[in-house]
Write a protein that binds this ligand. Structure first.
Ligand code: DSN
Length: 432
């Protein structure tokens, strides 16, 4: 990868201030454990594609039908991204141009709805997403948004209530998918409810896409007219979005993405998406996804054993949601305290939340990035011990936490060679 080191040398010479920030971020990643459920560690190959000459190219349109000349090398890259994505999820149609998950969702709204139509999504404070109808988001301003939630006792989606909400609100589009829901989602039942009220179904699988690709979570693709995702969470690619559609809606989605909501696609990101989809098609990726879920289950079990309350009592996927309502600390306070020992998490609302979203009564924890780094089940008990001692304010938790994090981080180095000097040690699938 002299490619990346020579680019880095150029940057250091040209702009040492920015290069210095990359070095600091690389050190932050190396010295801490990343537990934010929506983050991951992309491979050096994905980073190389992001840092490529494709960044220079304008390519409005689609392969073979562009508004610019000189697209002969970006066209096959977009074709590869599209065909690999379709193969990964068994989808009839795919669009790899959305710059983000938010834009992927917006393109579905444009393709499927008229302004003012009604949408039914999951309540944000119950684990939904702001692009599913939140009042300050375009989805809540341009469309008439109604919501379903989880049962506050079980912490799980109650389909009787979803059905009731669908019958009451008669939406044109039902949105399934969440940002902070630790359980499997039954997409087949969502589709039955959508059909019953004459709505279309959009599944936003951003959080679980890698698990779906690996077959460790039910796929929404056979059930939904539209499936959106980001590419950087469990799927472990570059930051970006994609849309999958059934045969009937593929053309409408292409028109909605361009020229509907976007201009020129980011061809370097599309090439990086192709690289990530290629990685996800390899058998090792399935082993990785199984380990992500095994780690989350082991961490959840160890936390519950230590007396920590989890929304829904555990997890089926890559994340868990700690309920701090019986603790003396808020979500913000626990986020800050864990940061002191090198554990990065995010505060999160819990169902029935009474604090503001800037404070919260919960903390969301995910295992994708630490699994890429090489952590396995045996590491989860000590990790849970530090987190539970932090929440219970047990004396000496910081010293124990710092020691555990330092030992793990030095034994599992990350990205040496890209930002350091020792040669690669990216741990995704143990050293590509
Ligand atoms: N903000 C992302 C998350 O952290 O889940 C979702 O877009």
């Amino acid at each position: 990868m002299s490619f990346l080191s020579s680019e880095r040398a150029c940057l250091e010479k040209e702009d040492p201030e920015i290069a210095g920030l990359f070095a600091k971020e690389a050190k932050r990643l190396q010295d801490g454990l990343e537990l934010i459920a929506s983050e991951n560690v992309a491979s050096p190959a994905v980073l190389a594609a992001l840092s490529s000459v494709f960044s220079n190219k304008y390519a409005e349109g689609y392969p073979g039908k562009r508004y610019y000349g000189g697209c002969e090398w970006v066209d096959p890259a977009e074709e590869m991204a599209r065909s690999r994505l379709k193969r990964l999820f068994g989808a009839a149609a795919a669009n790899v141009q959305p710059h983000s998950g938010a834009q992927a969702n917006q393109s579905v709204f444009l393709a499927a709805l008229q302004a003012g139509d009604r949408i039914l999504g999951m309540n944000l404070s119950h684990g939904g997403h702001l692009t599913h109808g939140f009042k300050l988001n375009a989805s809540g301003k341009l469309y008439d948004a109604a919501f379903y939630g989880v049962d506050e006792v079980t912490g799980q989606i109650d389909f009787n209530r979803v059905r009731e909400a669908a019958r009451q609100h008669q939406p044109q589009l039902i949105i399934a998918g969440a940002s902070a829901y630790p359980r499997q989602i039954d997409f087949k039942t969502f589709r039955e409810i959508a059909d019953e009220v004459g709505a279309k179904l959009l599944v936003d699988m951003a959080h679980i896409a890698g698990l779906v690709a690996a077959g460790v979570h039910q796929s929404p693709v056979p059930h939904a007219q539209f499936v959106t995702s980001t590419t950087h969470k469990t799927l472990r690619g570059p930051r970006g979005g994609v849309v999958l559609a059934d045969e009937e809606h593929g053309v409408a989605i292409d028109r909605a993405v361009f020229p509907g909501i976007q201009g020129g696609p980011l061809m370097h990101v599309i090439a990086a998406k192709a690289v990530a989809f290629g990685e996800a098609l390899k058998p090792e990726f399935r082993d990785h996804a199984v380990q992500v879920v095994n780690n989350a289950k082991a961490l959840a079990a160890a936390l519950v054993d230590s007396g920590v309350h989890l929304v829904s009592g555990g997890t089926d996927n890559h994340l868990l949601l700690i309920d701090l309502r019986q603790s003396s600390f808020s979500g913000q306070e626990i986020e800050d305290r864990l940061a002191q020992v090198g554990l990065t998490v995010n505060k999160n609302t819990v169902p029935g939340e009474t604090r503001s979203a800037m404070v919260t009564s919960g903390v969301r924890i995910g295992t994708p990035a630490i699994t890429t780094r090489g952590l396995v089940e045996e590491h989860m008990k000590p990790l849970a011990g530090v987190i539970s001692d932090c929440i219970a304010d047990v004396e000496g938790w910081q010293e124990r936490g710092r020691k555990m994090v330092a030992e793990l981080c030095s034994s599992l180095p990350l990205y040496d060679g890209v930002f350091g000097s020792k040669g690669y040690a990216w741990n995704g699938q143990n050293n590509i």
